[in-house]
Design a protein around this ligand. Structure first.
Ligand SMILES: [Zn+2]
Length: 438
């Protein structure tokens, strides 16, 4: 079975030079391990499994050997399975019998062997010639136990506090709301927010979300001594909205600046947001908004209206300079932003402005500039939003919005080299969703 296909490699923050295989959590429909393979499309003849739609999480341990370039040392990792003895778990790490006997002759290791627990990880490092150098045992409520070769025997010590970053892959399907689906898939809010933010130039999550939309996320979780201590960041994501796939991949340039790009290297960051309204748990869900925008774009109505409760936060849809913030006739409280390339955006009927909104102030994409209200010629709380080019109103729902330039050629080559693996992982994850769909 090509388990290596499922192997995820990542840099440890504690040793960026060395690459390790990681135990990887893959969120899947409730499939047993072999079902996972079917879901990944490696064994198509078993794909007709009747799969319930709920997304649950399965932990898969993937022992693997990864070389650290040409110089070693090499690290192998295994997870203790139920039914394992310490000896059988060590044997899976390709530690030879003599060394296993020597290890078990070490008092503290013998003690550990008596209370071996499924799920704990064991890591072994070997010299390029194959000699066992160290074995590290994960323990409960204690620092890992590090055992080092000392001639023909081994000596044990508490490992210094082990902090590491693991990569987690999860996917889900929208049933009622984005956050409902991310909750079901066990995805932390921080990652759900990052996903919504990352795709906000491509998808308006308030208006565009469809039942049956699927998503996959690959993100990091920080661990200390084997226990999760915090959510890291989104590395890659896919959102299939109304049948159209959007992908985002985090890229760190040589200067350390990080941003999300499509797999082809197009920037996701600097286009215009699809919606000027903040998307959050509060405004999440299918908008009752089959009727929204309340009034379409036509000659007399120069923008689109987004229904939203008074006080909903209004965001600048692109980097801009404030051109106007004040009261203006039927618009009521109005903000006009001036963007590059002759674009302007209008935000009207506001209840209030964000502090500091005045002519000349620079605002960034996504920055809160005001709050939804019903001032001016308005019959209920909503946001009237306009996009103008050289003064002429455009239909915000269809106008071509300027993006920022893609990566320069030299950067793009580096980007593609660094990120190709993530695209492949996203495709594998999509397979799990497709399997769950029918
Ligand atoms: Zn309007």
């Amino acid at each position: 079975m090509p388990l290596t296909k499922l192997r995820i490699l990542t840099d440890r923050l504690t040793g960026a030079e060395r690459r390790f295989s990681l135990r990887t959590l893959v969120a899947l429909s409730s499939l047993p391990l072999f079902g996972v393979v079917a879901a990944f499309g490696i064994a198509p003849d078993t794909r007709t499994l009747d799969v319930p739609p709920e997304t649950i999480t399965e932990a898969i341990a993937l022992p693997a050997l990864v070389s650290a370039g040409n110089h070693g040392p090499f690290e192998r990792e295994s997870t203790v399975q139920s039914g394992d003895t310490l000896a059988s778990a060590l044997a899976r790490l390709k530690i030879d019998d003599l060394d296993i006997q020597r290890l078990l002759a070490t008092p503290v290791v013998r003690e550990l062997a008596a209370s071996i627990q499924a799920g704990k990880r064991i890591q072994a490092t070997t010299a390029p010639g194959g000699d066992l150098l160290t074995v590290q045992f994960e323990r409960s409520n204690a620092p890992a136990l590090l055992v080092r070769r000392a001639g023909d025997s081994f000596v044990a010590e508490d490992a210094s506090e082990l902090t590491e970053t693991r990569v987690v892959m999860r996917s889900g399907r929208i049933q009622s709301s984005l956050y409902g689906a991310t909750d079901s898939a066990g995805i932390p809010d921080k990652i759900a927010d990052q996903m919504a933010e990352t795709f906000s130039t491509a998808i308006d999550f308030r208006e565009d979300l469809r039942r049956g939309d699927t998503f996959s996320v690959i993100y990091t979780v920080n661990y200390r001594n084997g226990e999760p201590v915090g959510t890291g960041k989104l590395l890659a994501a896919e959102f299939v909205n109304a049948g159209k796939a959007h992908r985002a991949i985090l890229y760190r340039d040589p200067f350390g600046t990080e941003a999300y790009y499509t797999p082809e290297g197009e920037s996701l960051k600097k286009g215009f947001l699809r919606s000027p309204l903040e998307f959050s748990r509060v405004t999440s869900g299918f908008s009752n908004s089959r009727q929204h925008p309340l009034y379409g774009f036509h000659r007399k109505h120069t923008g689109v209206d987004f229904g939203a409760p008074t006080g909903t936060r209004v965001k600048a849809t692109g980097d801009a300079t404030v051109e106007f913030a004040g009261r203006k006739g039927g618009y009521g409280n109005l903000v006009i932003l001036r963007h590059h390339n002759g674009y302007e955006t209008y935000y009207a009927h506001l209840s209030a402005f964000a502090s500091g909104m005045r002519r000349g102030r620079a605002v960034s994409q996504g920055e809160v500039i005001a709050y939804v209200g019903s001032t001016g010629a308005s019959t209920g709380p909503h946001l009237h939003y306009e996009v103008r080019i050289a003064g002429a109103p455009q239909n915000p729902l269809t106008v071509k919005l300027p993006g920022s330039p893609p990566l320069a050629a030299a950067q793009r080559a580096r980007f593609l080299q660094q990120t190709a693996g993530w695209s492949e992982k996203l495709s594998l994850l999509r397979g799990t969703n497709l399997a769950a769909l029918d």
